[in-house]
Design a protein around this ligand. Structure first.
Ligand code: PLP
Length: 450
């Protein structure tokens, strides 16, 4: 009881010297809140902390609120498109374009030539048409939104035919049957898990059918006794019966992946050339841009989509458009090397190996021994499942404690370094570490081992 009585008042504390310094740095309301919270805590614990300890806790409380929660990390996992780490790192030009627009007014929905109102998605339509050959293009929040919008605007109250083997879950709760239900379209499943034939689609078409939907099996593989119908015959079938062919492509590469020694990931332009009426793709997967969903296809359909009320709910902001325009510009000039995603995919195993050796050498100069072992990087982000890129992994054996503790110490570095554990050793893949991040990685390793 005596201890409680000895607690100073908030008012008293705010008059003391440490408060003045904190208020100068963080403002009075935040400091008052932190003081109140720390005093409440002392009251609850029935203790009176020494002034120094108390002010340390006040400061920690303020810092806890002001902590920049979205902060850079170093991705040493070897997974290039890591959804939890923000998927595609954007090109420098995209970042600059965003910074140029962020604090200013812009031509987002205004045409300075005519003085009239413009449409925001028109700002990216032109380069997208050029790059994909699409008749029309629009952009929404992400690919999930693009798929939901296309089903809602074109198939609500009607039937959509989809192969059983394509009823995928993309992750984060995006499941095709649920998206269908949400859109108000009735899903008609055809075929079996491993095999679907053209006749399966044909015999499911009724007067109520609005569309056939093709979903790219982006994050899994069905191997063995399998059969599916290619886009071209599906497009012919759809045309013959007067129904639409919609394509949820997901990753949406604009570049041939085979040129990088990878399996063929279907490109947006391939999908359109096959006769798809409308394709949805992500902008932050293999395209290497900001989070967005691209809708490409026939003008009449894109117009119907963008006039639907749902389009307003999933529209993109100016920063996305700025970043996407700058990203597409790199495709226009074929400057793929400036897109970090393609730089990482294109890095030869030799160049990754020499980077791993350079890390090893610099660490050994600090008296720290690490090993190098061959391994595999992945494209990730629901692209090219099962495809791997040969890489060299830096292997760190903990000097003391467990590999989990070592991994945690790397995570506690600023910026955090994210790796993985295999057989009680920490593995770091230089492939996904951006150029310019070598020093912080080596610093993190040195500290984690010290
Ligand atoms: C990744 C993916 C989506 C979801 O894309 P977001 O841009 O994350 O919304 C949808 N469909 C397929 C086939 C995908 O691979």
């Amino acid at each position: 009881m005596d201890a409680l009585r000895a607690l100073p008042s908030v008012h008293q504390l705010l008059e003391e010297e440490p408060a003045t310094t904190l208020i100068a740095a963080h403002g009075r309301p935040l400091v008052r809140f932190a003081v109140q919270r720390v005093l409440e805590d002392e009251r609850r614990r029935a203790v009176t902390d020494a002034p120094q300890a108390r002010w340390a806790r006040v400061e920690a409380t303020v810092q806890g609120l002001r902590l920049p929660r979205l902060r850079p990390v170093i991705n040493a996992t070897g997974v290039i498109l890591h959804t939890n780490l923000g998927r595609a790192p954007m090109a420098a030009a995209a970042g600059e374009a965003t910074a140029r627009i962020a604090g200013r007014y812009s031509t987002l929905e205004f045409d300075p030539q005519t003085g009239r109102r413009g449409k925001r998605h028109d700002l990216v339509a032109e380069p997208l048409r050029y790059l994909t050959g699409a008749e029309a293009a629009a952009v929404v929040n992400n690919c999930a939104a693009a798929v939901l919008l296309m089903l809602t605007a074109l198939a609500r109250g009607k039937e959509v035919i989809v192969a059983r083997g394509e009823l995928v879950e993309i992750g984060g709760g995006f499941r095709m049957p649920e998206i269908m239900r949400l859109s108000g379209a009735r899903m008609v499943e055809v075929g079996t898990t491993n095999r679907t034939r053209a006749e399966d689609y044909a015999s499911a078409i009724t007067p109520k059918t609005a569309a056939i939907m093709k979903v790219h099996a982006s994050n899994f593989q069905v191997v063995g006794f399998t059969e599916s119908v290619e886009l071209k015959p599906l497009a012919a079938l759809a045309r013959r019966h007067g129904v639409l062919l919609l394509h949820d492509l997901g990753s949406g590469s604009l570049i041939e992946t085979t040129g990088f020694g990878l399996a063929a990931e279907p490109r947006i332009q391939d999908s359109l050339q096959s006769g798809v009426d409308l394709v949805a793709a992500s902008a932050d997967k293999m395209l290497g841009g900001p989070q967005a969903g691209l809708l490409l296809g026939r003008t009449e359909l894109v117009d119907r989509l963008m006039k639907h009320p749902l389009a307003r709910a999933v529209r993109v902001d100016k920063l996305t458009i700025a970043a996407l325009t700058a990203t597409l510009d790199l495709y226009l000039t074929q400057s793929f090397g400036e897109l970090p995603v393609w730089e990482m995919i294109g890095a030869s195993s030799d160049s990754v190996a020499s980077r791993a050796r350079a890390w090893q050498k610099r660490l050994s100069e600090l008296g720290l021994a690490v090993d190098i072992t061959p391994g595999e990087s992945a494209v990730g982000g629901g692209s090219l499942p099962g495809e791997r890129l040969a890489t060299s992994l830096v292997v760190i054996t903990p000097r003391r404690g467990t590999a989990a503790e070592l991994l945690r110490r790397l995570r506690e570095h600023d910026p955090p370094v994210i790796g993985r554990i295999e057989q009680e050793r920490v593995l770091l893949d230089p492939r996904t570490v951006l150029s310019g991040e070598d020093d912080p990685v080596l610093d993190a390793i040195a500290r984690a081992l010290s």
